[in-house]
Design a protein around this ligand. Structure first.
Ligand code: NI
Length: 395
């Protein structure tokens, strides 16, 4: 396949995925489609106990370490409003975060790596991960053993704000930890005109919302980044009755595991003490999501060189308080998560979200070159170590 054919092939793959998006953990047809592309390319698909997601391995010509490349494959419950000729054919479901782009880019990288299998000193693991949007996908992949034997992992996310040919690379934290909380405030309902006979959970909740906002400004160092957002208040049925219960929901974000624990502690302190002042009770349910995405310095340096060689323009991206379950992989092995310029009209999760498809083949080449560079880096390190310790070669 010549380059222009590869570009056309990748665009056709991406458009197919775009027309038939599937929600998290329901990526059945997507899974079959990816398997078929890999098998047609001659790449071995690994066994899995997961119902969706595809895991594959390309064995290099010579033995060496294994590097993983990861794409997420799920779509969102959003009604598409792009007006594109290849818009979603599934009502209320859309690839509005560009995971169709990630999937197609990784299929392209797999094709390039297979074609250059002779150059490979080591192996490539391909991870087409389900359920990124609802969280939990990465943990399932790890529990399924798909990361075993892997030395390092690379993932990318499209970035609508960056032009095509520009890539955002940064060592250290780039995306935040994500925790969700639900606070049930229990008081005692009463007639609106006889408040002295009740314990008003609406007033207690209102004080809580205000007090929770003091965590970032008063408890956390101004040099750290953190967010506490209360995003939902549910309670009451009408205008003249004080309800017995109110529910608050929200999320907390930060880049630092210690701060993450501190915020959780502060939420508990504020909720418990506020509700006590109103003689009520509160139950806090805490749903921890992914930790922060923290990029490994050495891995970033290696793929920075690969990006430069490929002629990509590299920029230092601003970290985002959004989260990514790629972080779970980075708790196991060194990894790098990078932002790939796609020159979109709208931000992620917008119904009119688009991608400039000329970026697609660049993303495939970037993953391909990065994987080669990482393998080479590991090989050099291993050679040095072997020389020093008189150890045998990779087996
Ligand atoms: Ni996404």
């Amino acid at each position: 396949m010549i380059q222009s054919d590869l570009q056309e092939y990748l665009i056709s793959i991406r458009r197919y995925l775009h027309q038939y998006p599937e929600l998290s953990l329901q990526e059945f047809e997507t899974t079959k489609f990816i398997q078929k592309q890999l098998q047609d390319t001659g790449i071995h698909v690994r066994k899995t106990s997961l119902k969706t997601g595809v895991f594959a391995q390309l064995q290099g010509k010579s033995p060496g370490p294994t590097i993983a490349l990861r794409a997420d494959i799920d779509a969102l419950p959003i009604e598409e409003q792009t007006g594109l000729s290849y818009a979603s054919k599934v009502k209320g479901v859309m690839h509005a975060c560009g995971h169709d782009f990630h999937t197609a880019a990784l299929i392209g990288a797999a094709y390039l790596l297979k074609k250059n299998q002779n150059k490979l000193k080591g192996n490539i693991r391909f991870i087409f991960q389900p359920a990124e949007e609802i969280g939990g996908g990465a943990e399932q992949v790890i529990d399924d053993g798909q990361l075993e034997g892997v030395e390092a992992i690379i993932g990318l996310h499209n970035k609508p704000e960056l032009p095509v040919g520009t890539i955002g690379l940064k060592a250290g934290p780039v995306m935040a930890s994500v925790d969700r909380f639900r606070i049930t405030v229990k008081g005692k309902g009463s007639h609106a005109a006889i408040p002295q006979n009740g314990k008003d959970p609406i007033l207690a909740s209102s004080q809580m919302v205000t007090a929770l906002h003091s965590i970032v400004s008063r408890n956390i160092s101004p040099l750290e980044s953190a967010v506490v957002s209360v995003t939902r208040i549910t309670g009451g049925t009408t205008w003249n009755v004080i309800p017995g219960e109110v529910t608050l929901e929200g999320t907390t974000r930060t880049f630092n595991d210690r701060i993450r624990e501190e915020i959780k502690g502060s939420v508990q302190t504020i909720v418990e003490n506020t509700v006590r002042a109103y003689s009520g009770e509160a139950i806090i349910d805490w749903f921890p999501g992914p930790p922060p995405v923290i990029n490994d310095t050495e891995t970033i340096e290696t793929i920075y060189q690969a990006a430069q060689q490929q002629g990509l323009n590299t920029v230092d991206p601003e970290p985002t308080m959004g989260g990514e379950d790629f972080a779970f992989y980075q708790q196991q092995i060194p990894g790098a998560f990078v932002f790939f310029g796609t020159n979109g009209n709208e931000d992620w999760h917008h119904p009119a979200f688009t991608i400039d498809e000329s970026s697609l083949i660049k993303a495939s080449y970037f993953l391909y070159e990065s994987a080669l560079s990482l393998l080479q880096g590991f090989q050099l390190k291993q050679d040095k170590k072997r020389e020093l310790n008189n150890e045998p070669e990779w087996k």
